[in-house]
Design a protein around this ligand. Structure first.
Ligand SMILES: [Zn+2]
Length: 469
């Protein structure tokens, strides 16, 4: 089924975008950390939260060969980070975003996202590695939280500082996950960009790449029109200055062993071209689509076979959701997916994308709705009408049954639907109750018809609901 609520495009997360410029070994430029009121652990937490958001915001390319290749190049670079800029807490990982713009970005603590367009544009593995090394340098130098330490003076929007502040304030991580993320497009100061170019060059040389490839990548991007909106150069100005600076540094660096597997790089590029044209970041943002982590795991025709949907675990995990208004326990193998005003809990394989929409085949969602109708029964009918708009085959089977949800009067409605992704009949149960403020709290449970093992889980989830309004 499709979700009830409209999706909110939650905004962005730090584009600790790419900057470039290297330094070197002979009289390699010495870099220092900027003052930073955050702990290394804060970087890790902040980046982890942001990564979740990023992965709902942008479609990841799920291609084992490409993912594996990019990850290997990334780890090779990571192992060349100078010791004074290593943090054992950081976990660098590298994912490919299925977007056309020539760009890449990294989050505090190590999550990095490389656009498919960047890999396709690079003329060599070294050029691709250059951008990645630059991003790694931002992370290693802890530029995100250093910038947040300085507040907004350097063009940082309130978002990152606010979020970091929330983490430091000791508020529950669960709540943080619910909060709509502020959009914060992080632009670093020129000084930071130069530092990332310098350290990036040092990392490249240490990993066996020619640092000048970082500079060459600027040219490549310029030639390919990457200076336009959304591209690397839009967050990394003055490529000519940087080109010269990087090349100056490169002369100071000794490259440790020759690197750059041209054959594998060419094979990956060819593989990517086989996917046709990727959407731009702007198109992705405009679509408002949210991508659950593990996208394309749904058992839909056309998706890679992912096997069965796991049975609900008999161990339950509690969540505080909807800004602390509701507590609920769900099977431990279900994951939380924020979907506009609603929260879904679903097992792997129980949701995925179909025709650009997120469709659920197994799972439960809770949300709050404002209806124009008064009275629980009329409000419930209005909700069902809303659901029917997105699910053409939705039918009520029987009337309302009285029940309780979180200790208060509630209505249970049994519905049937034909899942538009799988074509299978499915059972939907909708339970509604009124909140003190007149809004409707609803819980929706969906599973294919006849999958009884989900009934028990839904009943347990349903009975676990506690309302704090
Ligand atoms: Zn940068």
């Amino acid at each position: 089924m499709k979700s009830l609520m409209k999706r909110q495009v939650s905004a962005w997360v730090a584009l600790i975008a790419i900057a470039l410029m290297p330094l070197s070994v002979l009289a390699q430029t010495q870099l220092k950390y900027h003052s930073n009121k955050y702990s290394v652990q804060d970087d890790v937490q902040l980046g982890r939260r942001a990564a979740q958001e990023v992965e709902q915001q942008y479609p990841l390319l799920r291609d084992g060969q490409v993912e594996n290749y990019v990850e290997r190049v990334g780890q090779r670079l990571v192992s060349a980070i100078p010791s004074q800029f290593r943090h054992s807490e950081f976990q660098y990982n590298f994912k490919v975003v299925n977007a056309r713009d020539i760009n890449a970005f990294a989050l505090p603590g190590g999550p990095m996202y490389v656009n498919r367009g960047m890999i396709e544009a690079a003329r060599s593995e070294g050029e691709m590695a250059g951008v990645m090394a630059h991003e790694i340098a931002h992370v290693a130098l802890r530029h995100g939280t250093a910038q947040a330490t300085k507040g907004q003076k350097y063009g940082l929007l309130a978002g990152i500082a606010g979020i970091a502040g929330t983490i430091l304030g000791g508020s529950q991580v669960g709540q943080l996950a619910q909060a709509p993320f502020a959009v914060y497009l992080l632009k670093f100061s020129r000084e930071y960009e130069t530092e990332a170019d310098i350290l990036g060059s040092q990392i490249m040389a240490g990993a066996g790449y020619d640092p000048r490839d970082l500079a060459n990548m600027f040219r490549t991007i310029q030639q390919q029109g990457g200076g336009s909106s959304g591209g690397f150069l839009s967050s990394h100005p003055s490529p000519n200055d940087r080109y010269a600076r990087i090349n100056r540094e490169a002369q100071l660096l000794r490259v440790e062993g020759g690197r750059g597997d041209t054959r594998e790089f060419a094979a990956v590029q060819q593989r990517l071209r086989g996917y046709g044209s990727a959407p731009t970041m702007a198109e992705i943002a405009r679509s408002g689509q949210r991508y659950p982590v593990g996208e394309n795991t749904g058992n839909y025709p056309g998706n890679r076979p992912s096997g069965r949907v796991e049975y609900p675990s008999t161990r339950y995990q509690s969540y505080s959701i909807l800004n602390g208004g509701v507590e609920v326990s769900v099977p431990g193998n279900w994951r939380q997916l924020n979907d506009g005003n609603a929260v879904w809990f679903a097992p792997e394989g129980g949701y995925g994308q179909f025709n650009g929409q997120v469709i659920y085949t197994h799972g439960a969602s809770l949300g709050v709705a404002q209806t124009s109708s008064r009275g629980l029964q009329r409000a419930t009918q209005e909700l069902i009408n809303g659901l029917a708009q997105g699910n053409r085959n939705l039918r009520a089977s029987g009337g309302y049954q009285r029940t309780t949800l979180g200790g208060r009067t509630a209505l249970l409605s049994n519905l049937t639907n034909v899942n538009e992704a799988t074509g299978r009949s499915e059972t939907i149960r909708l339970v509604t109750t009124q909140l003190r403020n007149g809004q409707i709290l609803y819980m929706v449970a969906v599973a294919p018809q006849g999958e009884r093992n989900f009934d028990t889980a839904f009943n347990t989830v349903f009975r676990s609901v506690r309302i704090n309004d």
